[in-house]
Design a protein around this ligand. Structure first.
Ligand SMILES: [Zn+2]
Length: 206
């Protein structure tokens, strides 16, 4: 199997995969999209909201904001030392406290970890009129796109190379706070882990 990167920038990576079959190419594509963990808002505690939008709608919008983070620094809540109770190794708090008139943007979310923040600070959340206010705490956690689309890491696609059904041209575009090259590497690691688990299970089959 041979991999060659043909194009790369901060949002997108293109590469060719040679001497592979369609099953492997498709497994890579699926894992890159829905099994590479990303960070997204999962819980929102509203203290004050008299904006034109219901709490649920604001919470939904917060969930869909891509958040950049260092994947080495965070655990899945259920695999964390805190056993899922929630701690600084598995969740990040965001605080929002604004009074109208103004438009609230993703950049108005203040994070407890300055390395974890919305990818784009200019994503509009809600407009507040004079006299309206919004005050909330939000908790972001790691998750996978297979559980909810808000955790989807990338959009990945491939095409067969001309006259060669063992060569695939891949394009991977990040839709999360992760770098495209990291998503490809992590997907390969996830597939490797699955194969390893399979091998371990086989040992028990006599
Ligand atoms: Zn924890």
């Amino acid at each position: 199997m041979k991999v060659k990167i043909t194009d790369q920038n901060e949002s997108r990576i293109a590469f060719t995969l040679e001497d592979a079959d369609v099953a492997f190419a498709n497994a890579m594509r699926r894992v890159m999209m829905v099994e590479v963990p990303t960070m997204a808002v999962e819980f929102v505690d509203f203290h004050d909201n008299n904006s034109a939008m219901y709490d649920e709608v604001v919470a939904h919008r917060l969930g869909l904001i891509p958040i950049s983070f260092d994947p080495k620094m965070y655990n899945f809540a259920e695999e964390c030392v805190c056993e899922g109770k929630g701690c600084s190794q598995c969740q990040v708090y965001f605080v929002l406290d604004k009074k109208g008139p103004c438009v609230i943007y993703s950049g108005d979310l203040k994070s407890t970890d300055e390395t974890v923040k919305p990818v784009d600070p200019n994503f509009p959340i809600v407009e507040l009129l004079d006299g309206q206010s919004l005050k909330l705490d939000a908790i972001a956690q790691l998750g996978k796109g297979e559980a909810h689309v808000k955790w989807q890491a990338a959009i990945a696609a491939y095409k067969y190379a001309k006259n060669n059904d063992t060569k695939f041209n891949f394009t991977v575009e990040t839709v999360s706070g992760l770098e495209p090259s990291y998503i490809v590497q992590k997907a390969a690691e996830v597939i490797g882990k699955k194969a390893e688990e399979f091998r371990e299970q086989l040992k028990e089959v006599k």
